[in-house]
Design a protein around this ligand. Sequence first.
Ligand code: SAM
Ligand code: SF4
Length: 209
Amino acid sequence: MTLAPIEVATRQTTRRRRALLAAPFLQDFLLLHPGKPGGLKIGRRRFRELQQAAADGTTCPAWMVEAVRDAWKLEVTDRPIDQLVQIRTPSPYGYGRASYELNLGCNYDCEVCYLGLKKFEGLSWLDRERLLHILADAGVLWLKLTGGEPLIDKLFPDVYTLADELGMMLSISSNGSRLSNPKILDLLTNRRPYRLTLSIYGATAEGSL
Ligand SMILES: C[S@@+](CC[C@H](N)C(=O)[O-])C[C@H]1O[C@@H](n2cnc3c(N)ncnc32)[C@H](O)[C@@H]1O
Ligand code: SF4
């Protein structure tokens, strides 16, 4: 895959997440509620209608008010589209999903782990920023953040926040050991992932994995 060079944006970690996300996904167009599983297939015509409504500064169309009320019990009557919905730009590359191992380092040493040495290595912030922009430009909508143990990576909050700001639906694979860390707790409470997968390891060889 060849992607055109991109300008790397300045670090942004404070912009508020919009309640809804409209995005192309493979041959379809989805309306999603970041932090929640599930979504609505809206088709190209309605996706374009939302693009136009955002450009015109108009409020949510009736079909959308009803659909998000049914799906998520969300009340959006009279809400301006551009404040409520983040609309992803269609990508010519058409990718949909990706998995990113932030850092191969881990605070556990599970015998079965396929990562072997689990070296604490990861990209610099600028390269991570660039990678996330490339993934978004390639059309990735569903992004899994894993490792090693992603939640011990020092840049995890920045990576997670930027991926969220770029309009990706995030899942995390973790051993769960850092979930009580106040910074992580705060981040994942304010910007919920749509899925958090925890590996629970048994006390015996038979109970492990
Ligand atoms: C490498 S871990 C990284 C994320 C996190 N540290 C965790 O343990 O969930 C990702 C997943 O791979 C699984 N895994 C590790 N080694 C494996 C192996 N040899 N065979 C099958 N699954 C494995 C883990 O149980 C975990 O669910
Ligand atoms: S917690 Fe995950 S990454 Fe760490 S050693 Fe176990 S399986 Fe591997």
